[in-house]
Ligand binder design. Structure first.
Ligand code: AKG
Ligand code: MN
Length: 203
């Protein structure tokens, strides 16, 4: 299956009902009560990201002056991440064709001003497993390019309840978020957008 003419990019528009979206938001509130959103920054320069993050799972993705990596505990509290709830694991089971579960669920919070620059997700040892992305709250422009920086790109609008899979040829393509449309959803009381990415890290 291909979306935007890109092999391995799979789009499940409005996959999650409003009720399921609300349930997941409730679970994420429990998550941030124990594992608060933290401010990641760029390796070396220390420039802060515009998104805030936390994680669920036995491993979580973090970025600080020492670099990008997966680790079993929260960088500020030092506590282990909470397990990925069943309602989120179900989405992986429904949409990924992968035989083992993800160890990591990265939770990105975008305020209306936040962006995510073009990048490739390649800190996983296992680069063959798909990435499952879940969008909640305000809609956003997702941009995807090629395997090298600077080539032609395409964009699409991701809305609350949409799921996107980066697999196969799409797995190592550059991608990012250009902008968030403030006020386009009322799922989050405080506004903004949440993106969850489910990632298989080890083989
Ligand atoms: O927010 C999104 O839709 C994409 C997030 C992403 O690419 C990432 O967390 O690596
Ligand atoms: Mn990514």
């Amino acid at each position: 299956m291909a979306y935007l003419g890109i092999s391995g990019l799979k789009y499940y528009q409005n996959w999650l009902s409003e009720k399921k979206q609300q349930k997941i938001i409730g679970l994420l509130r429990d998550c941030v009560a124990v594992s608060p959103l933290f401010q990641p920054c760029m390796p070396r320069t220390g420039k802060p990201f515009s998104v805030k993050m936390t994680n669920l799972g036995s491993l979580g993705w973090v970025s600080d002056k020492q670099g990008y990596r997966y680790q079993p505990s929260h960088p500020v509290t030092g506590r282990p991440w909470l397990p990925i709830p069943d309602d989120i694991m179900t989405i992986w089971n429904e949409l990924s064709d992968w035989h083992v579960p993800p160890e990591a669920c990265l939770v990105n919070y975008y305020s209306p001003e936040a962006r995510m620059g073009a990048h490739v997700d390649n800190d996983e040892h296992n680069l063959a497993a798909p990435i499952v992305s879940i969008s909640l709250g305000d809609s956003a422009t997702f941009r995807i390019g090629g395997h090298k920086r600077g080539g032609p790109t395409r964009s699409m609008r991701l809305m609350s309840g949409d799921c996107l899979i980066l697999s196969g040829d799409a797995r190592l393509r550059y991608h990012g978020i250009d902008r968030v449309f403030a006020g386009s959803s009322d799922l989050l009381r405080q506004g903004g957008r949440i993106n969850l990415t489910l990632r298989r890290v080890n083989y």
